[in-house]
Design a binder for this molecule. Structure first.
Ligand SMILES: Cc1ncc(COP(=O)(O)O)c(C=O)c1O
Length: 458
């Protein structure tokens, strides 16, 4: 038999599925700042959020419990694809000639093709239990919209998806998938909401953004008794639900007889990154030496060039004020192909961990990211989602730097989804049509002017 570290796949039995979510809030050296009501400037309370979210989710948002039990009904659905595999990238390591070991956790085996169902199922479950009949949401890449449509189908809820126009046009088959699971879908900005109409009046050709689509979905939910809003990233409860990823990965790395020196994920709103990293960060906070790296697009460099400030989560200023790194709520990133990373803000938990020096971030250009995606696919077989390819690129850069320094690292990254609906982006890359967007400092300063006058973090 091969020694454990030579193995390629590390698989867990269904009986080893984590029974709880890990709440990093309970371990953080500094708490996150409260989310504020934009009218009063006071922290929002459960009653402010009740029109949009079920109470169980609101309680999870503010929970200080270190672990939260996963309901049996959610576990029964997770079992359809979880635990997901962890791979050792032997062939990629050989191809690039690194001395480092590269492992990846693969979330693309879910029915929707990414990590997103981990929270979609939990959110649909709590909404159903509290009597909601319908959920509204935004989607960037289409992965989140697919995941929520899938979860709503299984739990017999209606689902309405506002899909960012750029992705809606780039990915017609994500639309079909969302409809296959019974949800209705419209391109955002749309004529169906006041927010959408206002943006279209000013910018009829708007490519949309996650911030705009969030405005539309929040407005939809706020206007209907039977409807709650569901967010695919950023908020504490979403990151919490994703921690099944890292808990499984910890057990799988143990099977491999290894522990990562570096843990890597791509960051849009921060949920897949947190899902992998938070269970490891718990170990780091307890004193273990781990480098934790978030990878983002240079066209939307929230963590590397944004300001830590209070800002709206959406473009039309319908959400509470969130303490986070932001590029400004009216920043519209270029329509790069990693649609799920085109968000002006990021999860407050991640911002706080960056401020506390517990993790760091780096930003990459899309042609470099696609080169790494193609290299990866050529040796590991899986065609990655463009978002996930940022983590691949981060892992390869980390391995390269280690080789140059004469070091040998154990690297673990999250392959958050497959790219089977992203082949138009690959086509554009092969045709040399991808533009590397060097975001000008003036544009960042212009967009940040939108947050002037908002409360400033103490
Ligand atoms: C495959 C994939 N990875 C990553 C992301 C980014 O989201 P998050 O930062 O919440 O993981 C998305 C978002 O749509 C996605 O589809």
């Amino acid at each position: 038999m091969l020694p454990p570290v030579e193995q390629t796949k590390y698989l867990l039995d269904e009986s080893e599925l984590p029974r709880q979510w890990v709440n990093v809030r309970a371990e953080m050296p500094n708490p996150t700042l409260p989310i504020l009501h934009p009218g009063t400037g006071e922290p929002v309370g459960p009653d402010d959020l009740a029109p949009l979210f079920p109470m169980e989710i609101i309680l999870q948002e503010v929970s200080e419990e270190p672990e939260i039990a996963i309901p049996q009904e959610v576990l029964d659905i997770y079992r359809m694809w979880r635990p997901t595999p962890l791979y050792r990238a032997h062939r990629l390591e050989q191809a690039v000639g690194t001395r480092s070991r590269i492992f990846y956790k693969y979330e693309g085996t879910s029915p929707a093709g990414s990590h997103k169902p981990n929270t979609a199922v939990a959110q649909a479950f709590y909404n159903k239990r509290e009597g909601r009949k319908r959920l509204s949401t935004e989607t960037g890449a289409g992965q989140w919209g697919s995941a929520l449509a899938f979860a709503c189908k299984l739990l017999d809820l209606e689902c309405k998806v506002y899909m960012v126009r750029a992705s809606y046009d780039q990915k017609p088959f994500r639309r079909s998938m969302i409809q296959t699971w019974g949800a209705s879908i419209v391109a955002s900005p749309s004529e169906e909401t006041e927010s959408g109409r206002a943006i279209l009046a000013e910018h009829p050709d708007s490519p949309g953004s996650l911030g705009i689509a969030i405005s539309e979905a929040v407005e939809d939910a706020a206007g209907r008794e039977d409807t709650a809003y569901s967010l695919g990233s950023v908020l504490n409860h979403v990151l919490l639900h994703q921690t099944v990823i890292g808990q499984e990965a910890l057990a799988q790395m143990e099977l491999a007889g290894a522990f990562p020196d570096v843990v890597i994920g791509c960051v849009g709103g921060g949920s897949n990154f947190a899902g992998l990293a938070f269970p490891f960060l718990r170990e780091k906070i307890a004193g273990r030496d781990i480098d934790v790296l978030a990878c983002e697009p240079a066209a939307c460099p929230t963590l590397t060039r944004g300001l830590f400030a209070y800002d709206f989560g959406d473009t039309s200023k319908l959400t509470p004020l969130v303490p986070m790194h932001t590029l400004g709520h009216d920043f519209i990133p270029e329509p790069i192909h990693a649609g799920g990373l085109r968000y002006h803000g990021v999860a407050p938990l991640i911002s706080q961990l960056v401020l506390d020096g517990l993790m760091r971030a780096d930003a990459y250009l899309q042609n470099d990211v696609f080169a790494s995606a193609v290299l990866f696919a050529g040796h590991e077989g899986i065609v990655p989602a463009p978002e996930a390819a940022h983590a691949i690129h981060g892992a390869l850069e980390t391995a390269r730097a280690a080789d140059e320094a004469g070091e040998q690292k154990t690297i673990l990254f999250n392959l958050s989804g497959h790219g089977h609906f992203d082949m138009a982006a690959y086509d554009n890359y092969f045709a040399g049509k991808l533009v590397d967007v060097a975001l000008e400092e003036e544009e960042i300063q212009r967009a940040l002017a939108a947050i002037e006058g908002l409360p400033v973090p103490a």
